[in-house]
Ligand binder design. Sequence first.
Ligand SMILES: Cc1cc2nc3c(=O)[nH]c(=O)nc-3n(C[C@H](O)[C@H](O)[C@H](O)COP(=O)(O)O)c2cc1C
Ligand code: SF4
Length: 435
Amino acid sequence: MGYPHPSHARETVLLSQYFGDAGAKSYDGWVKRGGYEGLKKAVGMTPDAIIEEMKASGLRGRGGAGFPTGLKWSFMPKNDGKPHYLCCNADESEPGTFKDREIMRWTPHALIEGCAVGAYAIGAETCYIYIRGEFTEPWKVMERAAADAYAAGALGANVFGSGKRIDVVLHRGAGAYICGEETALMNSLEGKRGNPRIKPPFPAAAGLFGMPTTINNVETLAAAPHILIKGAAWYKALCKGNPKSTGTKLISVCGHVQRPGNYEITMGTPMKDLIFDMCGGMRPGRTLKAVIPGGSSVPIMTPGEVDSCIMDYEGVVAAGSMLGSGGMIVMDDSTDLVYQIMRLARFYAHESCAQCTQCREGTAWTTRILERILSGAGKSSDLDLLLDLADNMTGKTICVLSDSCAAPVVSGIQKFRGDFEAYLSGKRKPSLAGV
Ligand SMILES: Cc1cc2nc3c(=O)[nH]c(=O)nc-3n(C[C@H](O)[C@H](O)[C@H](O)COP(=O)(O)O)c2cc1C
Ligand code: SF4
């Protein structure tokens, strides 16, 4: 894997400050850069005080749903006498998202420190970090960092002499997208098939091994020590006027921009500034056609929507999509959107755990209908059929993988209907062999 780009002057580098700095990977290197001060401060505070600080900072989960982190931590029961668990979600399989991988590759101790802070705050002595199976380099870096953190007393039975125990256990996934869904992740950690569980019970009541559990994304946990060191008010001020979306967000930009990569922006940055300034805009001679802004599971945006979009949780919703995981797929006018939507549907069909009929059948049928359209054998009724299928796939299943497949299909038909009609009318030549 390569080196990241030098940061752009318009980025706010907090979590990505040491991306590309090999010296930050070691325990000593991390301490020299101010590392582990957040954890040292945390173990001198009460768990409730840490949770209040998180609430005041406005930090929201960076794994996709944007749930307020302090509030989630406060759901964990107090003095219940049971073991509590923290699960760090490092599965990062969402198409277009590659930020957690970089946090682990370059700043593994930032994640370990964040996990230890989170575990202490929710009354857990053990944090499992569930790492995507394909992440071979991040796995090795994390293994080394965890061993060094134990050797230095940052983890183990007596964290920095505080008398508090915090263990971090690394667990390698086996390559399933669905294991990033929090309840499937817990099943997988328990050695079971990675099928999502029906909620309730919610993880804070009965999670991993039936015990109270909190699941957080890598980027969320890595932000926690910064909040303790610099203060909730400082973090909350990192926004452009919307107090509901605060801090920085790592945005993974891929596709047809001149400078793809991870960009750390202050919440509230205009999307057009990110694409056309920081990422260098489109390739020469090309124009923007579409953006999927939050990983592949969110509605597709038109250039007009991009133009007015403010990049924070509320801003992207107002512009017709969702911020999600912050994995941004940028497509120029050379893109066959029908083909791209079919590729996404095929991905979801492949990754469906198949428990729910709407998802198992819906993702497979969506893929086949799109393949039929691309092969030139589409029927005029196919678009209505796809929309009807999507309706049956939305809001009716155990987890939202089904909805995630429907979102690009519905938005694609609504916003780029001409691309589909070109195949249906025969104006565009088939791009797939007959199915
Ligand atoms: C199909 C599916 C896949 C998911 N994959 C991930 C993932 O790879 N990483 C992640 O952090 N969250 C993923 N999530 C979201 C998690 O279920 C959960 O909301 C998140 O880890 C909570 O952490 P946060 O509050 O810090 O965002 C996924 C959700 C679904 C439905
Ligand atoms: S929606 Fe799909 S992936 Fe989620 S539980 Fe149901 S079948 Fe499995």
